[in-house]
Write a protein that binds this ligand. Structure first.
Ligand code: PNW
Length: 503
């Protein structure tokens, strides 16, 4: 197993910090550790129909159903980053970010999603954005897909149609051809576990098609193949000259057993496999394919439902091999944790029912402005350790971590969230020997928070959405992150918050 720090360095660090703090907590990030912030095209760009951009599934859904969003808003203008990207880069520079994770809007460069229909103005926009980043010494990290599928492809069935893997490979080729000379960090998909829920609700994530337990598994199956195709294409045709790294961003909660019973321990492990393993195991495990417990349960339930085949499609042996190992690092989003216990929940059929656990929060975990997000920093350390053991020590880059509030400039709860989570990452690195290579704050600035509109704010910078100029203003958290990014150390005392020893 690889470790980020040698034992010698580790000892030196512990001694140095121990002398100051009287404890063994090492508050210094290893050399080469990268700090950045993230955003996504639909959440920040605006200009939804400018300069030849095609319609995405989010444009389409929210124009037809504005009531799906709590405040009736959409991403038509958002942060207006399409026109104000230089302001975004100025604040990234102020923060001292090493990299910026942003996503490319597929329909902005390929209005229908097809490779014979390229929108040069879209290519020009991302070239300008990338050039400006590089000129300012900020590495671009590009997500190919952060949920804004061209509507034209949705009309063909979107992620439920296997033909999508051909279209995605074409799209990846256009990206490598146009941007691969300067983009060295790629992410194929952002959070499959979140966007597959576009097929589990009538008014949820786009496209809001209600086919739980079927549409979400088809999406999973096809995006894993699409990911592998993009990876192999890079390997075969671009890696030698472009020399970048590719991954897929997976989000996971830490699934803590509700009690110390054996049944809850089993439920916790099963939940980890349904939440994270379903997308991670085919790529990162030694044997590949879906986790055994996922395969078993979905097959068993499908049979009991009188079906002729499993709702979870089956990979051929060749496809298992084709997908296995298609990563250069492990890209992880972490926001929160759950307590889990065995229970029959969810629609019949659904992934919840297949997984057979109930999830809850400990009432003592601090709340945020998002109902799904409670503050559980130690969950991140446990999650990193789980990944380290389960997948044999891959380099982990945290590609999102953050918390919501209502938008105050004096955002002390965000300061505490970040410092406590960074402290847990330092413990995972220095005390547990895990290999964590970077951290990304979600988000650079307040933006369109999907179904929560502009009512929940995740930014280090505040954005005034009532002002056409969309001014960006630093919050208290921006000042603290700036200090951390510059000193590459956590301020003293930061480690005391939210700490709980790891078992
Ligand atoms: C992520 N959950 O989504 C996305 O990548 C971002 O686009 C989004 O703005 C950010 O987190 C904050 O929501 C998530 O329910 C949505 O656990 C939901 C969950 C996790 C991540």
């Amino acid at each position: 197993m690889k470790c980020t720090v040698s034992t010698g360095l580790l000892l030196l660090g512990v001694l140095a910090v121990g002398a100051v703090q009287g404890a063994s907590f090492n508050n210094t990030f290893p050399d080469g550790f990268l700090f950045g912030t993230a955003s996504a095209a639909y959440q920040v760009e605006g200009a939804w129909n400018e300069d030849g951009k095609g319609e995405s599934i989010w444009d389409h859904m929210l124009h037809v159903h504005p009531d799906f969003v709590v405040d009736g808003q959409n991403g038509d203008v958002a942060d207006d980053s399409y026109h104000r990207y230089k302001e975004d880069i100025a604040i990234l520079k102020e923060l001292g970010a090493n990299f910026y994770r942003f996503s490319i809007s597929w329909p902005r460069i390929m209005p229908t999603g097809e490779a014979n229909n390229i929108n040069q103005a879209g290519i020009d926009y991302y070239n300008k954005l990338i050039d400006e980043l590089v000129d300012n010494g900020i590495q671009p990290m590009v997500s190919m897909y952060h949920w804004d599928l061209p509507q034209w492809l949705q009309d063909l069935g979107g992620w439920t149609n296997p033909i999508i893997t051909d279209y995605f490979e074409d799209y990846a080729r256009v990206l490598y051809e146009n941007f691969g000379d300067r983009v060295k960090l790629w992410v194929t998909f952002n959070e499959p576990a979140t966007f597959m829920t576009g097929y589990t609700s009538e008014r949820g994530m786009a496209p809001s098609i209600f086919k739980p337990g079927v549409g979400d598994y088809l999406t999973t199956h096809h995006l894993l193949i699409a990911h592998a195709r993009a990876y192999h294409l890079y390997d075969e045709q671009y890696r030698a000259t472009q020399q970048g790294k590719i991954s897929i961003t997976l989000s996971s909660s830490w699934e803590e057993p509700l009690t110390n019973s054996t049944a809850d321990a089993i439920a916790s492990e099963r939940s980890m496999q349904f939440v994270l393993g379903i997308h991670a195991h085919p790529i990162y495990s030694k044997e590949g394919d879906y986790p055994a417990v996922v395969r078993e349960r979905v097959d068993k339930n499908s049979k009991a439902e009188g079906r002729t085949r499993s709702r979870l499609p089956v990979f051929s042996k060749e496809m298992v091999e084709y997908i296995r190992g298609t990563y250069d690092y492990f890209a992880l989003n972490y926001y929160t944790s759950h307590l889990v216990t065995e229970m029959d929940t969810g629609y019949d059929p659904s992934i919840e029912r297949d997984c057979y656990v109930a999830r809850s929060f400990d009432p003592s975990w601090p709340e945020s402005s998002s109902v799904w997000l409670r503050v559980v920093p130690w969950g991140l350390r446990k999650l990193i350790n789980w990944i380290h053991k389960e997948y044999d020590g891959p380099e982990i880059i945290i590609t999102e971590n953050g918390v919501s509030d209502r938008g105050t400039l004096d955002d002390q709860s965000r300061v505490s969230y970040y410092t406590s989570h960074l402290a847990e990452i330092l413990k995972a690195i220095h005390e547990d020997g895990c290999n964590v290579g970077g951290f990304t704050a979600w988000s650079l600035m307040d933006n369109f928070e999907w179904l929560r509109g502009y009512s929940e704010r995740f930014g280090l910078y505040s954005v005034d959405f009532s002002d056409p100029a969309r001014p960006r203003t630093a919050k208290a958290s921006a000042q603290v992150m700036k200090e951390i990014f510059h000193t590459r150390q956590l301020p003293e005392q930061a480690n005391v918050r939210g700490s709980k020893s790891i078992s």
